[in-house]
Design a protein around this ligand. Structure first.
Ligand SMILES: [Ca+2]
Length: 350
């Protein structure tokens, strides 16, 4: 062979002294010979793609094998599984789930609608459940007997018609069972689940005050591992953490969605990364009125292990009222991160 050139991809080409001739050969069937079968036992053979259905002894299968004329992609050979899911042999619809319920619940701080049920059954194989909302398919559940609707305004749609039905391995469906409402959680807003890159989304805004009493909105910054709101100096607000600036106060601000009565609870502690010996000062404001602590500031000790807790009840609000979870500027040009994941429960009033 003589040496050839190397192309841009690094392949080197050479000229063969003896050309290779590729001849088409007659296609022969593929024979698959299973091993380890019980010689005297009978086996039902079937294939996912080809027609190889037969009833044969273990000895015959091991000696002569299973012959497939043309093997299609993703072919599977089943031994003694004539009713495997997708075989098309199951014509009997499954039994529906029972005790289908719907309720308001939370997962990872996000409130939504929990749909639960007691499993249905099938003569052969339960493959999955379909969850329907107002007659349309919402999602499928192949593991467990629970579904959580939380996209967008899902939690406001408890009165929609939710139904669940069983689907077997051959796609037969049971009748749909409507979900009955059961007791759930009160309407709750929490920083953990409500945090987002949109000011005002999920009733939360992110602000700073450079001059006393004048709030301005922070800017979204996609840095960090999931983004954060940033302002002057070190002023930052993340999902469950906040950081005042040297010269700017920061506020995670709840905006009441309706007239009602609030219960406000949570705890505040310094992040382990900022155990720098300096306390941070916090308070909670309803509009312009401080509601916690009664006067002055709550001082957050400079160690992670010491948290400051609060619980405020019967806070009457009108729609659009603000409740500010507020940290005072530090005067130090260094980060003073605080973990603060406030929870607000509202009981709406007519
Ligand atoms: Ca069935």
């Amino acid at each position: 062979m003589s040496r050839g050139h190397v192309d841009a991809l690094g392949f080197e080409y050479v000229r063969l002294q003896e050309p290779i001739r590729l001849d088409r050969v007659a296609r022969r069937p593929v024979v698959v010979k299973p091993r380890g079968l019980i010689s005297g036992a009978a086996y039902e053979v079937c294939c996912a793609k080809s027609d190889c259905q037969a009833s044969r002894s273990g000895k015959d299968l091991m000696d002569k094998g299973i012959e497939i004329g043309s093997v299609k992609a993703n072919e599977l050979i089943f031994l003694n599984l004539p009713h495997y899911p997708g075989s098309g042999q199951d014509k009997t619809p499954p039994a529906p789930p029972t005790q289908v319920t719907k309720r308001i619940g939370s997962n990872l701080g996000v409130q939504g609608i929990e749909i639960g049920w007691v499993p249905g059954s099938d003569n052969n194989w339960v493959s999955y459940y379909e969850v329907l909302k107002d007659g349309g398919l919402l999602d499928t559940v192949a593991k467990g007997n629970f579904f959580f609707c939380h996209e967008g305004t899902a939690r406001n749609e408890l009165q929609s018609r939710y139904e669940v039905r069983t689907v077997d391995g051959d796609g037969n469906r049971s009748p749909s069972v409507p979900a009955q409402e059961v007791g759930g959680e009160p309407e709750t807003y929490r920083a953990l689940g409500g945090f987002s890159p949109t000011q005002g989304a999920n009733q939360w805004k992110y602000e700073e005050a450079v001059e006393s009493g004048k709030f301005r909105r922070l800017r979204w910054n996609s840095g960090g591992y999931e983004g954060r709101w940033v302002g002057s100096g070190w002023a930052r607000i993340g999902r469950i953490w906040m950081q005042p600036g040297a010269q700017s106060d920061v506020s995670r601000t709840f905006v009441a969605p309706a007239k009602g009565v609030l219960t406000i609870s949570g705890s505040i502690r310094k992040d382990p990364s900022s155990e720098n010996g300096r306390p941070v000062r916090a308070c909670i404001l309803h509009k312009d009125r401080q509601i916690w602590p009664i006067s002055g500031w709550a001082e957050i000790p400079p160690v992670f292990s010491k948290e400051v807790s609060y619980r405020l009840e019967d806070i009457a609000v009108e729609a659009g009222d603000t409740v500010r979870f507020f940290l005072q500027r530090t005067g130090h040009p260094a980060p003073d991160t605080v973990i603060w994941d406030p929870t607000v429960v509202i009981e709406r009033m007519k």
